[in-house]
Design a protein around this ligand. Structure first.
Ligand code: HEC
Length: 127
């Protein structure tokens, strides 16, 4: 009986580990999908690299350098550790300043969800 019980416990632990591994794999795939959305739609303004002549950075990075100049918050969006989905989703759907809004025909709800998973991947308060 003791053997049976520990056998059951082992199987349960095994299932738990397998489920956990599956969850991590799903999450990794989601983050990767989001990374691709980011690279296509956001990086041209929010990435590293030079901006237009006379600007030391791309427009999104440049504006955020100014906005966060007295803080530790990085200007490059995908280096942030403080972003939460609601903020990202609101900005993407409504735009801000000269950042355009993005329609569902450009970035679907599913892609936006993946994008949020990517941009919040390093936020310890939001998993
Ligand atoms: C045409 C350039 C451009 C593109 C493309 C762009 N952005 Fe922006 N984004 C900006 C600018 C400029 C700002 C700063 C606006 C301001 O002055 O507050 C900004 C601000 C933001 C902010 C607010 C950050 C903060 O802390 O205030 C978020 C979040 C954001 N963008 C997300 C995105 C995402 C996600 C994408 C891709 C879907 C994207 N942006 C594409 C130009 C762009």
């Amino acid at each position: 009986m003791k053997r049976f019980v520990s056998g059951v416990a082992l199987v349960a632990a095994g299932i738990g580990t397998a489920l956990h591994a599956q969850e991590s794999a799903d999450r990794a795939a989601r983050v990767e999908q989001g990374r691709q959305v980011y690279e296509y739609w956001c990086e041209p303004c929010h990435g590293r690299g030079l901006g237009l002549p006379g600007f030391g950075a791309l427009p999104g990075t440049h504006q955020l350098q100014i906005k966060y100049r007295d803080t530790d918050i990085p200007a490059v969006l995908d280096e942030r550790t403080d972003l939460v989905p609601a903020f990202i989703e609101t900005i993407v759907r409504q735009g801000v300043s000269f950042m355009p809004q993005f329609r569902k025909t450009e970035i679907s709800d599913d892609d936006l969800d993946a994008l949020s998973a990517y941009l919040t991947r390093n936020n310890p308060d939001k998993r």
